[in-house]
Design a protein around this ligand. Structure first.
Ligand code: 13P
Length: 250
C-alpha cells in the first residue's frame, strides 16, 4: 500500500444517531491535518443521517456515502425506497452497492448492475462489494464467484473511474477472521486480472473489507494492491477508526 489516496470507508450499517455524528469530530480534525490530506475518509451512515452528516463535514476532507439504493433511477411509486436521485439531493457523493448483507436478502447481480448504472447516471461514485461465502471458498469457487460478480455487476458500465471495488470475503465480515496475506494477494490479483480482461483497463481501486481493526490493519496495509479499507464494526468507534487510519498512514 502506498501512502497516496488511501480510502477509509466507514460502513455504519444499521447503527447511528446524531450523537454519533458529533463523536466523529475527532476524525474530522484528523482529516484536516497535513499528514492525512491524502487520505480519503468516507462515512456511510444510514439514510436518516445523510443530510445532517453532509452538513457537519462541509468544511472538511470527509465525504459522505449511502449504503444502498433502489434500482429505479427516476422518482416513482416505490414506498419506503430511496434512489440515487434522493441520495444526491442529500449531498452524499458515494453509494455502497452489492454488499453481501443485501445479496443474502435476494439482491442479485442483475439488480446490482441496474443500481450501479443509476448511481453513475447521477454522477455519484460506487463502492462495489464483491466476495465469496465460506461454502464457495471451501468448494474452491472463489475465482468463478468473483468473475461472475464483476462481469455481471459491471456489465455496460462506462464511467469506470467512478467505481471502486471492495473485496469483502463474506466469511470475514463480523467474524474477527481475516484471510492470510497469501490468500488475499491471490484474490486481489485475480480481481485485477478479471477486471483488466473485462474492461481493458487496469485502473481500478480495490479496497479490502472484513473484520478490519486496529490490531490487524498493519498487516493488511503491507499489501500493495490494497487502496484502502471498508470498515464495519470498528468504524462505529471514532477512537478505533482513528487508530486504523494512523496505523496505516505512517
Ligand atoms: P466488519 O468490519 O464489521 O467485519 O464489517 C465489514 C463490512 O461488512 C463492511 O462493509
Amino acid at each position: 500500500m502506498t501512502n497516496n489516496n488511501i480510502y477509509f470507508i466507514a460502513n455504519w450499517k444499521m447503527h447511528g444517531n446524531i450523537a454519533d455524528i458529533n463523536k466523529s469530530k475527532s476524525v474530522v480534525r484528523l482529516s484536516n491535518l497535513k499528514k492525512f490530506k491524502k487520505t480519503k475518509i468516507i462515512y456511510c451512515p444510514p439514510y436518516t443521517l445523510l443530510k445532517t452528516f453532509c452538513e457537519k463535514v462541509k468544511n472538511s476532507n470527509i465525504s459522505i456515502g449511502a449504503q444502498n439504493c433502489h434500482s429505479h433511477s427516476e422518482y416513482g411509486a416505490f414506498t419506503g425506497s430511496i434512489n440515487a436521485k434522493l441520495i444526491k439531493s442529500s449531498g452524499a457523493k458515494f453509494v455502497i452497492l452489492g454488499h453481501s448483507e443485501n445479496r443474502k436478502n435476494g439482491e442479485n447481480d442483475l439488480i446490482i448492475n441496474k443500481k450501479i448504472h443509476s448511481v453513475l447516471k447521477e454522477n455519484l461514485n460506487v463502492i462495489f462489494c464483491i466476495g465469496e461465502t465460506l461454502t464457495e471458498k471451501k468448494n474452491k469457487k472463489t475465482y468463478s464467484v468473483l468473475k461472475k460478480q464483476i462481469t455481471k455487476g459491471l456489465k455496460g458500465i462506462k464511467k469506470i473511474n467512478n467505481v471502486m471495488i471492495a473485496y469483502e470475503p463474506v466469511w470475514s465480515i463480523g467474524t474477527g477472521i481475516i484471510p492470510n496475506n497469501l490468500e488475499l494477494l491471490k484474490n486481489l490479483s485475480n480481481i485485477k486480472k478479471i477486471f483488466k480482461k473485462f474492461k481493458k483497463s487496469s485502473s481500478i481501486k480495490i479496497l479490502y473489507g472484513g473484520s478490519v481493526n486496529p490490531k490487524n490493519v498493519r498487516e493488511l496495509a503491507q499489501i500493495k494492491a490494497i487502496n484502502g479499507f471498508l470498515v464495519g464494526g470498528s468504524s462505529l468507534n471514532s477512537k478505533k477508526f482513528i487508530d486504523i487510519i494512523k496505523k496505516t498512514i505512517n
